[in-house]
Design a protein around this ligand. Sequence first.
Ligand SMILES: C[S@@+](CC[C@H](N)C(=O)[O-])C[C@H]1O[C@@H](n2cnc3c(N)ncnc32)[C@H](O)[C@@H]1O
Length: 390
Amino acid sequence: MERGSSKNSLYHGDNLDILMRHVEDDSVDLVYLDPPFKSNQDFSLSSEPVADTEGPAGRVAFGDTWRWDESAELDLQRAMESGARIARILRSLRDLVGETGMLAYLSMMAPRIGELHRVLKPTGSLYLHCDPSASHYLKLLVDSVFGAKNFRTEIIWKRGSAHNDTKQGRCQHGRIHDVILFHGKSDRWTWNPQHTPYDREYVESFYRHVEPGTGRRYRLGDLTGPGGANNGNPEYEVLGVTRYWRYTREKMEQLIVEGRVVQSRPGAVPAYKRYLDEMPGVPLQDVWTDIRPVGARAAERVGYPTQKPEALLERIIRSSSNTGDLVLDPFCGCGTTLVVARRLNRRWIGVDSSRAAIAATLARLRGDLGETADSDYRFVEAGEEVSHAR
Ligand SMILES: C[S@@+](CC[C@H](N)C(=O)[O-])C[C@H]1O[C@@H](n2cnc3c(N)ncnc32)[C@H](O)[C@@H]1O
């Protein structure tokens, strides 16, 4: 559990400091992090809902430009002191990318990945959301901390539709995907398989039959026992046809009573009626094209830049945690992970260093929780629990 509290917690501050001071070893079931991507741009607020912002004009949400300077050098030194494996990989990366903004960015990320490994339970999982700007270097960092054998999947999320970069004079392919790196902490990890609906073409070619009266679609499945007698399948007669069957005679009789055994014409080999509406769908693959980014008019939009879709978080949280588990988002932005975790009855910890992000998250939690907001979680600023009442 989290140091000092079993309550859901929102922290305003630098996540490295918060993790070190407030989150216990082996206490978290799932980490989702969506840090700055090394995009070389700073993000401002796009619409009104976030009132309490920082920066002279009150419009800056967070920065994502990185320079190699004294403070970056200090970060690198500290990161190298945080562990031998991280030091080794950072030395190689320094050789590869030089003393650049990229090295500054990776030096910021390295100790945080180390801390996230520390706070995860042995059965925990980490999902690192990034994009091709730095995903290849970040994977090396996470592999070095978590162990390459604990890498599970690289998920490609198609976040945009096709656009024509050549219009801007760029002679390269349009960039429309993000990368989500999934690692476990050990060889035992929580996994709840998820499914997506079958596409129409598949349904029409495989579930060709429609049951009169109910309108339920079904396909026919083989009832004969593979391998015949050699595999111990029983031989008997069903609807006038003698074969080796995959079920016992009693089970077959039950299926006939339930209307599950059909014969297309007298003498044809009976088949199993498999309804489409009883099938889970297609097991989720590692290319996700069915979740749209948060559009300008989406109901869930709160006006915080880089806000991720709730459906994306729902999929990740359902896949890799169970009811009552603790979910941590150390770069929580406007709180997408937190509101989804709560709706799915998970406990949560969120951290962000931006005042604008915290204001957006507080407003969103209030909108989501209404009157119960005050008792549902605590808000910690500068190490002190403060009131977040309206
Ligand atoms: C890409 S945004 C996250 C967006 C979020 N997933 C959402 O749906 O709203 C990255 C966030 O990381 C925060 N951040 C950057 N550096 C941080 C640090 N050292 N500690 C805590 N938060 C940080 C930024 O303020 C920003 O809100």
